[in-house]
Design a binder for this molecule. Structure first.
Ligand code: P1T
Length: 384
């Protein structure tokens, strides 16, 4: 069967992987080696040095590419390592258009690292694709979007933005971390680069930090591979193996995350302690129609604000959970609760984050795949 024709679950389990030719091992071995013997200089089997190529990592990269309907995959030692590689495509003087709600680490690398090297960033409300038009000029080289956004779950119309970036010869990069390839494939909607924090849903077990880039264009792949090998933020084979193992259940886990996410969102929507709730599955979510069009389901991430709570009261509630764990990160099988303003989004200035609702009484839930009754009971007791 041609791998290109496989459906999602089959690709998650098989893409990029064949039984090991030496032993028949069904799982791709962990090729724990930094270097590879050459018969004569340049006479080798395509592997020279593990910063650039490693068979375990290569199997994972092929699997990730297949899941995003992309030609090429590149794994990095973190999501930020992957983002950093995309930024290194740029030159001083170039301009980037991005959203006004982003993972704090993305905002930090843009403003604290790349602004220093002469790159200009425009942080915009991207709820309507046409909002970017007035910021486009001959220096605009990249549009960087996250959808759903972290943590306010804004939905950005990937296809609408791609029409504008293509017409203006600008690269579109989509951080697909919150959706995972199970829920959304930005490549099919016109993105040039898909970025993942593999640490999250793809790895799925809170035991690996990793990132990835997926691309179709041969020239863009060459440029990114050059950066990947030259700068060296590539992961080791043990981590690649763990993700190959985790990814085999991505479709099963995502289904359960979506079911539990919908139940948690419905429970909190009418809860007297909740002021705002952010989840793209609600019909009154501002871009619910776009979410329905570009996503296959609405995911397991839900953010809430606590009614009339100051920072101390929010801390008190965040510390009372017994099944949810108070921690940064998301997308693992276990439910996590995060306080963005003191944890994941602490590097965004207060006035910037408050404009989009990232206030001190905001909590973000990564709804795991435990029994839903236990999750709802935990929320009830923590909010009481
Ligand atoms: O943590 P790392 O693998 O380097 O990925 C960075 C990253 C990129 N993009 C998005 C949308 C992310 O959420 C993250 C990491 N986020 C968290 C650690 C968090 O708790 O939000």
């Amino acid at each position: 069967m041609m791998k290109d024709n496989m459906k999602f679950a089959t690709k998650a389990i098989h893409a990029g992987q064949e039984p090991d030719p030496t032993t028949g091992a069904v799982m791709t071995p962990i090729y724990q080696t930094s270097t590879y013997a050459q018969k004569a200089p340049g006479d080798h089997k395509g592997f020279e040095y593990s910063r650039g190529t490693n068979p375990t990592r290569q199997a994972l990269e092929a699997c990730l590419a297949a899941l995003e309907n992309a030609k090429y995959g590149l794994a990095f030692s973190s999501g930020m390592g992957a983002t950093d590689a995309v930024m290194k495509l740029l030159q001083p003087g170039d301009e980037v258009i991005t959203g006004n709600d982003l993972y704090g680490g993305s905002y930090r690398i843009f403003t604290k690292i790349y602004m220093k090297y002469g790159i200009k960033f425009h942080f915009l409300d991207l709820s309507k694709p046409e909002n970017i038009e007035q910021y486009i000029n001959e220096k605009t080289k990249l549009v960087w979007i996250e959808t759903p956004t972290n943590p306010t779950m804004q939905i950005i119309d990937i296809e609408g933005i791609a029409k504008i970036t293509k017409a203006n010869n600008i690269l579109l990069s989509v951080d697909n971390t919150f959706a995972s390839p199970y829920l959304q494939n930005p490549m099919d909607l016109g993105a040039d680069i898909v970025m993942h924090s593999v640490t999250k849903y793809i790895g799925g077990h809170s035991d690996v930090v990793m990132g990835a880039l997926l691309v179709n264009d041969d020239e863009l792949y060459k440029q990114l591979w050059f950066i990947y090998n030259a700068c060296g933020a590539t992961p080791g084979p043990q981590d690649a193996f763990l993700v190959l193992r985790g990814i085999k259940t991505l479709h099963l886990r995502m289904k359960a995350h979506c079911e539990n996410g919908a139940r948690v969102a419905a429970f909190l929507k009418t809860h007297p302690k909740i002021d705002k709730i952010y989840w793209p599955g609600f019909e009154d979510h501002p871009n619910h129609d776009v979410a329905k069009r570009q996503m296959r389901d609405f995911g397991g991430m839900v953010s809430i604000t606590i009614k009339d709570a100051d920072l101390q009261e929010t801390y008190r509630i965040a510390s009372r959970f017994k099944v949810f764990t108070l921690a940064e990160s998301l997308g693992g099988v276990e439910s996590l609760i995060n306080h963005p303003t003191s944890m994941t989004h602490g590097s965004i200035p207060k006035d910037e984050r408050e404009k989009v609702g990232v206030t001190d009484n905001l909590l973000r839930l990564s709804v795991g795949v435990e029994d839903i009754e236990d999750l709802l009971a935990d929320l009830e007791q923590a909010l009481s």
